[in-house]
Design a protein around this ligand. Structure first.
Ligand code: HDD
Length: 739
């Protein structure tokens, strides 16, 4: 048997995989040579794809088990006792060290955005922003390492990924000029206009304090009590209730900086900008039924999807873009107050100009060390990027720094490897809990004459960070909301009008679901009146679903608005790489045809997943990745039903000759359920040869987005076209009342 460069025996045909042994090893293997990134040999993904990506390292590289201070240990399985059946001795230092460390393994979860997943990557500037910002990160072809963490907002660390919720989209750019953190969401607006209300909205959305339920859900009284009492929250809530609240994948979400930021050019000129992340794969969502199935069948759906895609080499990408506005005296654009985080600027009025490309290409090696310990902070700015007076952003500048001190146990969280700046740090900060730096010298103060005067203040020509000297209008100190923040209905209406009919139906159903879970009728009626203010049809339809009378609108939107084409997910086409194609096969499958389909799916950079009655080999070396028992519709973007071995021969009819002949009840019920769910979710369905009989038996064949034929590769080509639109949208039933 051959060995690789680390002297590890190789299994023929599967590079980097060690031969399986049922025996427990009795002698240590020579330790792997330490690598900078602690990575090991190549591996394969759970979906069977070869990765080319390094395998996660062994938990420990060394030969022998030791204590935390390095003494070798001989036994970590039995505690030290006074006789084999006697009491455990306090003297057992190894027992106490091991258990005590374990007792403290958890740190407090984030107060919001506790559930998340992250990845490393790189950002490459296009150079197009260099004329408006001096930040080196935007320079042409400049590559900057990044770490991104995606999250839900309300749920705990262990909650399901498919909560109906906003998603966090935080990016740490490790630039040469210090870390820049862009801490955004997948929605461009926020619930509140002033940060002082953040504890209120979060207390309302989190589980209710008496029973601590519901987990990771906004469908409860306190959330809707808050929302219905705050008209400013209507816009963000509408986004949450739209399909944007249940994304198909982190890879298929937009990201928004939400606030307006100020960019400063080399010569000191300034512009105002809003940041947008545009996913290369487009913006796509699951349906509410799928979301609920996913939370039961695979609560790690988004986390798994991100890790699998990166491991398989299907690196997710986003283009960073900016909407650019003149930095005028009152920071408004065409009557829109740019400091109000509940407002959007339609792309038709201010196009999003691309300034760089982000590619996520490496999974974390250790979730805790990286994804959990990463600490984002909107204060992390670099020369050329500055904040504005948005009162929500201003409050965030306090909150993030503060929260890390309790979450990460002291003021030195910036020294954790994942948080460290890649630029030199001379911060003069000293001591504190978990100090890992060993600072030399005697003069941690400045000016000093004992340590050569270092460090010095940065002169203007050495690119210091300068807080933009914005004039502050002479004013009175007051707790007051500006008049321009008062219009709370025009912009939700703009978003509503921009949605397609089917998206409006989904949104109305989401409101009906959520309000249907509220027991207080005053809350429902109050919220319905706001919906009527956004759009009378929306208010009326949700009221009908709840069995309540047509609501009177709270107030009319302040002004007429035009819809924006950027907000709908329907009617566009997108790349399909990384999509998962389920192929249902029977015990008697036509293996040659199956193989040709697998190759075609693979060549289209999608993931073929064979679903067979049992695990193991299906035939001709093809192995089942899922069984009728383990497959659920939610993990497939499209499903094809394979033909049996002798198409056309009556003895081979459908997946199983006898069963299909007996009608739908004769089909394996799990296959029937799978196909019916795929159909109901308006996903592409296909079949070839005798596989088509299965769709006929289930009465699914005569419908949009269902393709049958004799050649699997031809059928797949049509499926690919359908997939580029994400769903067969016309298959969703609509009432016509929200058209
Ligand atoms: Fe926040 C975390 C996004 C308003 C206070 N926030 C957090 C995360 C994201 C956002 C993505 C997760 C970061 C991570 O992955 O570690 N937050 C936003 C956006 C907001 C916003 C887009 C408005 C536009 N946040 C906001 C306000 C406050 C906070 C107004 C407080 C006044 N947010 C926090 C926090 C968190 C946080 C409590 C929890 C964990 C953390 O900061 O690091 O400080």
């Amino acid at each position: 048997m051959s060995t690789n460069e680390n002297n590890i025996p190789q299994v023929p045909g599967v590079p980097g995989v060690e031969p399986a042994s049922v025996e427990e090893p009795t002698a240590p293997r020579p330790p792997l040579p330490p690598k900078a990134d602690q990575s090991g040999p190549e591996t394969v993904t759970p979906t069977g794809a070869k990765t080319g990506a390094p395998k996660t390292a062994n938990a420990q590289q060394g030969e022998y088990l030791t204590t935390a201070h390095g003494a070798r240990l001989t036994n970590s399985d039995q505690s030290l006792k006074a006789g084999a059946r006697g009491p455990v001795l306090l003297q057992d230092h190894h027992f106490r060290e091991k258990i005590s460390h374990f007792d403290h393994e958890r740190i407090p979860e984030r107060v919001v955005h506790a559930r998340g997943a992250g990845a490393h990557g790189v950002f490459r500037g296009y150079g197009t922003a260099s004329k408006i910002s001096q930040a080196g990160v935007f320079a042409k072809d400049k590559e900057t390492p990044v770490f991104v963490r995606f999250s839900t907002v309300l749920g705990s660390r262990g909650s399901g990924d498919l909560a109906r919720d906003t998603r966090g989209f935080s990016t740490k750019f490790y630039t040469d000029e210090g870390n820049w953190d862009l801490v955004g969401n997948n929605m461009p607006v926020f619930f509140i206009q002033d940060a002082i209300k953040f504890p209120d909205v979060i207390h309302a959305g989190k589980p209710q304090p008496d029973r601590e339920i519901p987990q990771a859900q906004s469908a409860h009284d306190t959330f809707w009590d808050f929302v219905s009492l705050h008209t400013e929250a209507q816009h963000h809530t509408l986004w949450n209730m739209s399909d944007r609240g249940i994304p198909r994948s982190f890879r298929m979400m937009e990201g928004f900086g939400v606030h307006t930021f100020r960019l400063i050019a080399e010569g000191g000129e300034t512009v105002l900008v809003k940041f947008h992340w545009k996913p290369r794969l487009g913006v796509h969502s699951v349906t509410w039924e799928e979301a609920q199935l996913i939370n039961g069948a695979d609560p790690d759906f988004h986390r798994r999807d991100l890790a699998d895609a990166i491991e398989a080499g299907a690196f997710p990408q986003w283009e960073l873009g900016v909407q650019v506005f003149e930095d005028n005296d009152d920071q408004t654009f065409q009557g829109i107050d740019l400091l109000d985080p509940t407002k959007i600027v339609p792309e038709e009025l201010a196009p999003v100009e691309p300034i760089g490309l982000m590619t996520l290409d490496k999974n974390p090696t250790n979730f805790f060390a990286e994804t959990e310990q990463i600490a984002f902070n909107p204060n992390n700015l670099v020369p050329g990027i500055d904040v504005t007076n948005d009162p929500l952003l201003q409050g965030r500048l306090f909150s993030y720094l503060d929260t890390q001190i309790s979450r990460l146990g002291g003021p030195n969280w910036n020294q954790l490897p994942i948080n460290r700046s890649h630029a030199p740090v001379n911060d003069m900060l000293r001591d504190g809990m978990h100090q890992t730096a060993v600072h030399g010298g005697v003069a941690p103060y400045r000016p000093n004459s004992l340590d050569g005067g270092n460090p010095f203040e940065t002169p203007a020509d050495a690119r210091p960070f300068i807080d933009f000297p914005q004039p502050v209008a002479a004013s009175v100190k007051e707790r007051k909301r500006p008049q321009s923040f008062e219009d709370h209905f025009s912009h939700p209406r703009l978003f509503w009008l921009s949605l397609s009919e089917v998206e409006r139906e989904h949104t109305a159903q989401a409101y009906a679901f959520e309000l249907g879970k509220c027991w207080d009728e005053n809350i429902r009626v109050r919220q319905l009146r706001h919906l009527a203010a956004i759009d009378p049809d929306l208010g009326r339809n949700v009221a009908t679903m709840l069995g309540l009378p047509e609501p009177e609108p709270t107030e009319a939107p302040a002004k007429d608005v035009e819809p924006s084409a950027a907000f709908t997910q329907v009617g566009k086409t997108w790349p399909t790489e990384g999509r998962q194609i389920g192929i249902v096969v029977g015990p008697d499958v036509d293996v040659a045809a199956l193989k040709s389909l697998i190759i075609a799916v693979d060549e289209a950079d999608m993931v073929p997943l064979v679903i067979a009655p049992t695990g193991g080999e299906v035939g001709g070396g093809v192995v089942a990745q899922r069984t009728y028992l383990t497959a659920r519709s939610i993990e497939f973007d499209a499903v094809l039903v394979a033909s049996n071995a002798a198409p056309g021969d009556d003895a081979h009819h459908g997946l199983d000759a006898k069963a299909a002949a007996a009608g739908p009840e004769g089909l394996d019920p799990r296959v029937a359920l799978l196909l019916q769910e795929v159909w109901r979710q308006a996903k592409a369905l296909g079949a070839w040869g005798s596989g088509s009989d299965v769709l006929t038996t289930l009465k699914l064949d005569d419908s949009v987005g269902v393709e049958t034929g004799s050649d699997p590769v031809e059928v797949f080509k049509t499926i690919m076209e359908l997939l580029s639109q994400h769903r067969a949208w016309d298959r969703f039933p609509t009432t016509g009342r929200l058209a």
